[in-house]
Structure formats: C-alpha cells, structure tokens
Design a protein. Structure first.
Length: 102
C-alpha cells in the first residue's frame, strides 16, 4: 500500500489520489496492523484461516462491489495467485492488479 501511495504522489501529485479499501481481521484490528492505517477505509472480515478472509474469493468480490472499487490488488499469497479471483472480478468489470493466472 505504501508503494501505491508513492506512485499516486509521483503520478497524480497527491499521495491519497487513489482511494484504498483494506480488509481487516480481528487479529489485524487487535495489533493495529499497518495496512489499516494506510487505507482510506477498511472492512472488518472474519478471522481464522485465510479461507475465511484474505483467500475467500467470494468475500473479496462482495466487498469490492459494496465499496464500488475500480480495481483489486490482492497483495501477496492468499488469493493473489488464485485464477478464480481475476475471473470473478472481470464479471463485474473490476480490474485485477495481480500476477497473471497460471
């Protein structure tokens, strides 16, 4: 997220020229994870294994739709390499900013 802020600052002239929405598990909230403070908005998601949150394609798409985002950057691991995520996002016209499927 820091790199997006840096890019936004250099390209758009404003570090918050791109609005960032982050997922936050109860553990993230408890430890005040850095990505929460870097985001413009965060959505609380269930804790537990990543199938409940960061790797849950259906949940990610649902949150993206509710937040009205143009694109999703899935971070590293979790759903980032799951070919179902870019396919599901594309059905709603949402861009996937991640590694190519495959």
């Amino acid at each position: 997220m820091r790199s997006v802020r840096s890019w936004s600052s250099q390209t758009l002239g404003a570090p918050r020229g791109v609005s960032l929405v982050a997922l936050a598990t109860p553990d993230d909230m408890r430890v005040n994870a850095e990505h929460i403070s870097l985001a413009d908005q965060f959505v609380e998601v269930p804790g537990g294994t990543n199938n409940n949150n960061y790797a849950n394609v259906g949940l990610i798409v649902q949150i993206a739709l509710r937040a009205g985002v143009d694109a999703v950057w899935p971070g590293w691991g979790h759903a980032s390499e799951n070919p179902e995520l870019p396919t599901a996002l594309a059905q709603y016209g949402i861009r996937f900013l991640g590694p190519p499927a495959g």
